[in-house]
Structure formats: structure tokens, C-alpha cells
Design a protein around this ligand. Structure first.
Ligand code: TMP
Ligand code: ASP
Length: 253
């Protein structure tokens, strides 16, 4: 047995050194946190489901020519990714008012927004990821004007694509959070989608009943968190049965 070098450990994932230079292994933990680590739990099987859902989404995005860090899934909890330099922004895209925008602007949750809205938060746990503007981003050199333009264009494209993908599974994409990285290729640097896209980072509501199928079940103590994630995976055709033996066998790995 050879011990792998841990590059970084976050709240829900660990990054290990990859098999080749320029690659990393992204490991999905079962840990769930909310409100900047104030609330914590271990949800059996969550990491397995997020690994599968994120693989599915990233594969489809790669296929439409949207560059991502994703290379391939390795096993139940791990995927091979390209090593990128993470741009320290959480990029949020919203279609329907929910969560922090509902609270901040006094809009009733569930109200459709006049158009899709993109927000930027500075990725800094100690500060609770504060909302920032493009002025802050360029003034503090977190990203260039060109990178911001690329990020906005890519995020809107992801939003259009995922809205359709989830609608086909009778799910409304309310909002989501993505992160981007810089991929260095010789003299060139390219902005690529990084991190994950999963029910941890999206708000997903049943299209008819409005039932929450995402991390708000954990944030708001609604219960049935992994069951909801499994339902998303089942509706997307990733797994056959929700909550059945398949999920239990996943969580053992
Ligand atoms: P918010 O309404 O709490 O600002 O969240 C907007 C979206 O971003 C929602 O889909 C959840 C996701 N999100 C994360 O992925 N990580 C975070 O740390 C936060 C606060 C939100
Ligand atoms: N991921 C964030 C945290 O751990 C918050 C969230 O998703 O609500 O605190």
C-alpha cells in the first residue's frame, strides 16, 4: 500500500495527488455542513450519490463543449480531474428567488426572477463567503475582466443546459453555485468549470409539487436528505432504484 499525498481537504471533498502530473483525484465525503460549518452531519451514501450526479452533469457539459476539470470517474467515491488553480469565487446563478436572495431582498421564496441573475461571492470561509461585485473582483485581482466575462457566459450556458436537463427529469432548477479554475496549457490559460455540480450545490424542486430535492433538506431539517439525492439520480437515469439496495451497497464503499 502506498499512501497518497493529500493536496487539500474541504468540507465535503478531499483532493489527492493524481496518477500523472496535472491530474488530481477528487474524493467525495459523506460529510454535510451548512451555515459555514455551524451545522454538521454525516449522511451515509451522500458522497457516492454526488460523485455519480456530478460525473453525469460534467460529462454532459464536456460533451456540449463546455470545458470542465472532469476527466473520468474512478470508483464509487472518486473521480480523476485536471489540476486547476481555483478562482476564489462562488458563482451563483438564480432563476427563482430562494435562500439568501429571498431574505436579502425581501422576495417571497418561489417567485420567478425577471431574468436569470448571477451573483459572485468571495470564497473565504472565515468571512462566510461574502457577496462581492465585479469591482471588488478586479480591484483585488481575484479574476480579470476577461475571466469575469468568460465566467458569466459559461454560467449562463450551464444554466440553460441544466434547466433543460432537469426539466426532462421533472425537476425545476431554482439556483446553483459553481466554481471555476485556471487550466494552464503551455503558454495558454483557459477558464474551466471545476468543483462539483450536485444537490449539495443546487436548489432542485419537484416541478409539480415543489418538494425540495437538495441540500435545503439538511439546512432546514426536513429529513430524507440522501433519499432526495437518490431520487434526483434515479430521475436522471443514473441509478435504477431510489433508496433501494443499490444505494445501500454504494454507501459501503
Ligand atoms: P444561497 O441562496 O444560500 O446564497 O445559495 C445559493 C445557491 O448556492 C444554492 O443552490 C446553494 C448553493 N450554495 C453552495 O453551493 N454553497 C454555499 O456555501 C452556499 C451558501 C450556497
Ligand atoms: N457549504 C456551506 C457550509 O458548509 C454552506 C451551505 O451549503 O449552506 O457551511
Amino acid at each position: 500500500m502506498v499512501k497518497r499525498r493529500k493536496i487539500y481537504e474541504g468540507k465535503a471533498k478531499i483532493l489527492y495527488e493524481g496518477p500523472e502530473p496535472g491530474t488530481l483525484i477528487q474524493y467525495f465525503k459523506d460529510d454535510a455542513t451548512a451555515f459555514n460549518n455551524e451545522k454538521r452531519a454525516v449522511l451515509d451514501g451522500k458522497g457516492v450519490l454526488n460523485n455519480r450526479i456530478s460525473e453525469f452533469v460534467m460529462t454532459q457539459l464536456n460533451a456540449i463543449g463546455l470545458p470542465t476539470h472532469f476527466l473520468k470517474r474512478l470508483n464509487m467515491r472518486e473521480q480523476l480531474i485536471r489540476e486547476v488553480e481555483i478562482i476564489p469565487l462562488e458563482v451563483i446563478c438564480r432563476n427563482v428567488a430562494a435562500g439568501s436572495i429571498a431574505k436579502r431582498l425581501g422576495i417571497e421564496e418561489g417567485t420567478p426572477l425577471p431574468r436569470s441573475i448571477i451573483e459572485f461571492c468571495y470564497k473565504k470561509d472565515e468571512l462566510g463567503d461574502p457577496l462581492v461585485s465585479e469591482e471588488h473582483i478586479t480591484a483585488f485581482n481575484w479574476a480579470t475582466h476577461q475571466e469575469i466575462d468568460d465566467i458569466i457566459a459559461m454560467t449562463l450556458r450551464i444554466n440553460d443546459f441544466l434547466t433543460g436537463l432537469f426539466a426532462g427529469a421533472r425537476i425545476k432548477l431554482v439556483d446553483f453555485k459553481v466554481e471555476y479554475g485556471r487550466l494552464y496549457e503551455g503558454d495558454m490559460v483557459r477558464t474551466v468549470l471545476a468543483d462539483e455540480i450536485s444537490p449539495d450545490s443546487c436548489r432542485l424542486w419537484d416541478i409539480t409539487t415543489g418538494e425540495k430535492l437538495d441540500k435545503d433538506r439538511f439546512r432546514r431539517d426536513l429529513g430524507g436528505v440522501t433519499e432526495a439525492y437518490a431520487e434526483v439520480a434515479r430521475r436522471l437515469g443514473i441509478i435504477k432504484e431510489a433508496g433501494g439496495a443499490e444505494i445501500l451497497s454504494f454507501s459501503q464503499e
